[in-house]
Design a protein. Structure first.
Length: 181
């Protein structure tokens, strides 16, 4: 794997071969798989990126990281529905803040505000950063639940250093969303 990484810039074809070999020999999902996907992505190889990520998820279905990588590969080929399915599979394997936030973002794009809000709330509960609370408040406001949005916003303001100063600004941003929902 080290050889594949070191060859990445000088000889991408050889790096790809070494990383494929490392991926085949790996007993569990790990660095070889992520390095292979990253190499292919950096080269702009959309099909290869997706193939490597899909192979890792197929081989290691109990590895949330493999499903996260597959979700990223689906997004790289502009397939949001498939990316959402991969995020949900990662969540089923392990309650990961990044998977929950990724799913929340895709639910927002679909206009499924309540589902998005639920994912953002779970993201924060799973150890995500306060941005998940703010996204939760925005999704709730878009869903038309102003009271719950205000509660989420108050919780966000209590955990960010300058939240008391920024809460009025965020409230102003929520009002048009709540009216549009």
């Amino acid at each position: 794997m080290r050889r594949g990484r070191s060859l990445g810039e000088r000889s991408p074809q050889w790096a790809d071969r070494w990383l494929r070999l490392g991926s085949r020999l790996a007993a569990e999902f790990g660095d070889a798989h992520t390095a292979l996907v990253a190499l292919r992505r950096a080269r702009g190889d959309r099909t290869g990126t997706l193939a490597a990520a899909q192979a890792a998820a197929d081989r290691f279905p109990d590895a949330a990281g493999a499903w996260m990588q597959l979700a990223g590969a689906w997004l790289f080929v502009f397939r949001q529905a498939d990316a959402l399915a991969a995020y949900e599979r990662a969540i089923a394997v392990e309650e990961r803040a990044d998977a929950l936030s990724g799913a929340g973002d895709l639910y927002l794009r679909q206009g499924r505000f309540r589902d998005a809000a639920a994912r953002f709330a779970r993201s924060y509960a799973a150890g995500g950063d306060p941005a998940a609370l703010l996204a939760n408040a925005r999704a709730l406001a878009s869903a038309g639940d102003g009271g719950a949005a205000e509660q989420a916003l108050a919780l966000w303001a209590s955990v960010v250093p300058d939240g008391a100063r920024r809460i009025d600004e965020e409230r102003a941003r929520l009002k048009p969303r709540a009216a549009a929902g």
